[in-house]
Design a protein. Structure first.
Length: 161
C-alpha cells in the first residue's frame, strides 16, 4: 500500500515522541527493527502507525483504546493489546508473526482479527458471543469457550454468531 508523505511524517513524529527507533525504507514505509512499546501511556487511540512495520513485538496494552485503528500494518512477533476497552479489532494487522493477546477487553465479536497468527491467539475475559472472525491460521485459540488447536476443533455453534 502506498502512504502519503503526511501519513509517513505523522508516523515518524509519533515514533520519535515515544522514543521508538525506526529506519526509513526505500518504499517510503518505516521499519522498527525491534519492539515498539506504547503500553500504559493513557492512550485513548493509537497514533497513525499504518506506514510502520514492526520486526519485533508491538505493545499497546494497559491503555483505554476502543479500536486498533492506526496500528502498524505488519508485526513480525507478538501483538499485545490486552487490558484496554476494545470493542473492535478493526485496524489489527492481517498477519502477526507471533502471539496475539486481546484478553480483558469489551469484544463481543472477533471480526477484523488477524487472518494469520504465528502462535497463539488469546481472547479470554471478553463478552464474546462466538469465535466467528477468529484467525484461520494459529497454533491455539485460548478463549473462555476453551482452548482449540485448529479451526476444525472449534464447535460449529461457536464459529457463527
Amino acid at each position: 500500500m502506498k502512504y502519503s508523505s503526511s501519513e509517513i511524517a505523522a508516523a515518524e513524529r509519533a515514533l520519535m515522541q515515544w522514543m521508538v527507533h525506526y529506519l526509513p525504507q526505500p518504499d517510503g514505509t518505516l521499519l522498527v527493527p525491534g519492539d515498539a512499546d506504547l503500553s500504559g501511556r493513557g492512550l485513548y487511540k493509537l497514533p497513525n502507525l499504518n506506514p510502520v512495520s514492526v520486526a519485533g513485538n508491538f505493545y499497546c496494552y494497559n491503555n483505554f483504546l476502543t479500536s486498533l485503528e492506526g496500528a502498524p500494518h505488519a508485526v513480525g512477533k507478538g501483538f499485545y493489546c490486552y487490558n484496554n476497552n476494545l470493542k473492535s479489532l478493526k485496524g489489527a494487522p492481517a498477519t502477526v508473526g507471533g502471539e496475539f493477546w486481546c484478553d480483558v477487553n469489551q469484544l463481543s465479536f472477533l471480526s477484523h482479527a488477524p487472518v494469520s497468527v504465528g502462535s497463539n491467539f488469546h481472547c479470554n475475559d471478553n463478552p464474546l458471543v462466538s469465535l466467528e472472525g477468529a484467525p484461520r491460521s494459529f497454533k491455539k485459540i485460548k478463549s473462555d469457550f476453551g482452548t482449540f488447536g485448529s479451526w476444525q476443533d472449534i464447535p460449529e455453534h461457536l464459529r457463527v454468531a
